[in-house]
Structures are given as C-alpha cells and as structure tokens.
Design a protein around this ligand. Sequence first.
Ligand SMILES: N[C@@H](CCC(=O)N[C@@H](CS)C(=O)NCC(=O)O)C(=O)O
Length: 364
Amino acid sequence: MTQHQLIGAEVSLYTGKLRCYLKYKNIPFEEVIASKDVYRDVILPRTGVSYIPVFITEDDVALQDTTEIIDFLEQRYLEHSIYPDGACQKLIALLLETYGDEWLVIPAMHYRWNLEENREFAITEFGRTSAPQASEKEQQAIGQANSRPFAGALPRLGVMPENIPAIESSYLALLADLDKHFELYPFLLGSRPSIGDFGLIGPLYAHLYRDPYSGRLMEQHAPNVVAWVKRMIDPEPQSGDFLPDDQIPETLLPILSRMFSEQGPVLQDTISQIANWAAAHEEKSLPRAIGESPFVIEGIKGTRLTFPYMQWMWQRCVDAYQHLDESEKVRAEQFLNPVPEAIRLLSTSIEHRVSRVNNKLTLL
Ligand SMILES: N[C@@H](CCC(=O)N[C@@H](CS)C(=O)NCC(=O)O)C(=O)O
C-alpha cells in the first residue's frame, strides 16, 4: 500500500473529526466509503469491531478510534501539533474534546433522528454509503434497515420525549456561546485548531451542520459557528498558532460551564460505576455499557446508559491536569474558578483506570 486510507462516511460524526484533522495536518490520504463489503472485508477483520472511522496507514497498520489515530499520527507528523505546548491550553483542549466526542452526541443524535427532514436525509445517506452500486429504491430500503440501530440508540444516549425541549434549548444556548467565541477567535485557542476543535467538529459537522434542518438552524443562530465549521472542513493546512503565553479565552468559560453542569455528574458516576464493576467482576474486559447514569439538562432530569469509554477520554484530562506544575495549576484553577465542578472532578482520583486493548476497553 502506498497511501493512507481513511475508511468512513460523510454522514459519520467521528469520520468528520478525523478528516478535518488529516486535512489540517496536510497528511495525504485516500477516502474509502465504509460500504457493507468494506465492513465485512476490512473493518471487522482488521479491527475486531464495527466502528468507523478506520485508518489504514501507508505501512498497513489498521487503527480505530479517532483519538488514538490522531495521537498515533501526531507522533509521525510533528509539524503544527494540534496539542498546544501551553499546559493550561492543552488541558482545556482535552476537556472540550471529551465534551464534543462524548456529550454533544446528544443534540447531534436528537436533531438527526427526531426531525423528519434530517431523518429522511440520513436514511438516504446511509443507503448510499452502504450500497453505493444499488438502485435508489434498494438504497432506501438498506438505509432504513441500517439506520434503525442508530435511531434506536436515542433512549440509551439519554434522549427522551420529556427532555427534547431541554436538549434543544441547551444546544441553542451553546451555539450562542460558541458564536460569541468564534466572533473573536478563528479556533478555540487562537488561529490554530487544537484537539478541542477536532472534538467539537465531530457533532457540529456531520449532524449539526450537514443535516439540512440542523444546517439551517446553525445558519440562523450562529453564523460565526458556521464560519468555523467551514474553516475546519476546508482548512488552510498547517497554518496558525495558539495564543501566546498559554492564554485561554474567557469566552470558553460558559461552554465549559455547560459541559460540567451536564456531563460532569455522568463523568463522576461513570468513574464510580467502573470501580463497582471492578469490585464485582473477575473479568477484565468491559462491556460497552455497564449501568445507567442520571443527568440534568436545563433543569430536566434524564437517564442514559453508562459508557466506560467516557472514562477513558476523561483519564486524558485528569492526566493533563495532574502533570501541571505548581504555577500552571494555579493558573488553570484561576481560570476555571467560575467552574468549580471542573476542578473538583479533575482533582478526584480515578479508582480503576481503563485502557484500550485491540480496540476494546479493559480494566487495568
Ligand atoms: N470513539 C470512537 C467512536 C466511533 C463511533 O462510535 N463511530 C460511529 C460512527 S460515527 C459508529 O461506528 N457507530 C457504530 C456503533 O455505535 O455501533 C472514535 O472516536 O472513533
């Protein structure tokens, strides 16, 4: 093989995250559609799981998980790292990656599958992706069948009829906060995208910008977010810098505050559920979900499955926080002072760490 391959789909949240990264870093790649045949012949046998995107390196290493792929490539392509040198900026970027990857899936999936116009668009797209050669009619039937598990995942993610108005109002408030930020800065931490930008672009591109109803909503409410999405999907490769002196824009505070009020309790609960699980099971490998976690969005209670993977993402944040030296810690804590829950959670040690082995989560 001579070229890297990105196996994924235009409709896929995490494929968008990786595609934007590859383009920014100017890493040449060929995009391969994750059709049914590609799942059978490549994705499943090479990764042991059925997630996209999958990245096959030019020397034929098959990788899954955008965070691991990005970290792998960051070791090979050192120019214009997307991890800031500034320790406080790096911490904030990792927090926002965790928010984009693991929490904003809620509005993304709600708008895609509960809004008729988006749903029809997504079904057609699912059909085209799975069977590019089939007739339109066949693609429609395939799209219907293949999208069922995704649409059916809404309650497991915490999207219920009772909290839909809360999810929508929280999302619109988030858009307003992001819009204020992107009016002032091209990316989260200056004129270079960080891992935080790549975390956010996942949900904010494929679902919340590209799906037609959602795209109009974003255009109406947040033109500066639209401009950022366009910078992310069509970047000027390897350009820009992070703000000097490890500065963090104050405009990120309301976004972090929303993250911790909604996702914070679930992070906390995930950590304690994993500890309980470890105490009760000999088996080291973890299932995809291990229980249920309550959460609150805009004052409305919801419940979702507890995904141990979220702790794996969170461990990266805790590690970044624990590696801060004394003066960096003081600065991080000063900045995060209006979000005390962030400091509290970052200082809480994780009883049972998890790791990824052969694309599956395992207790350490
Ligand atoms: N954390 C993984 C998530 C990958 C993922 O969930 N991908 C979705 C498509 S965007 C998928 O394949 N879902 C299949 C499933 O949930 O079973 C990553 O960053 O790559």
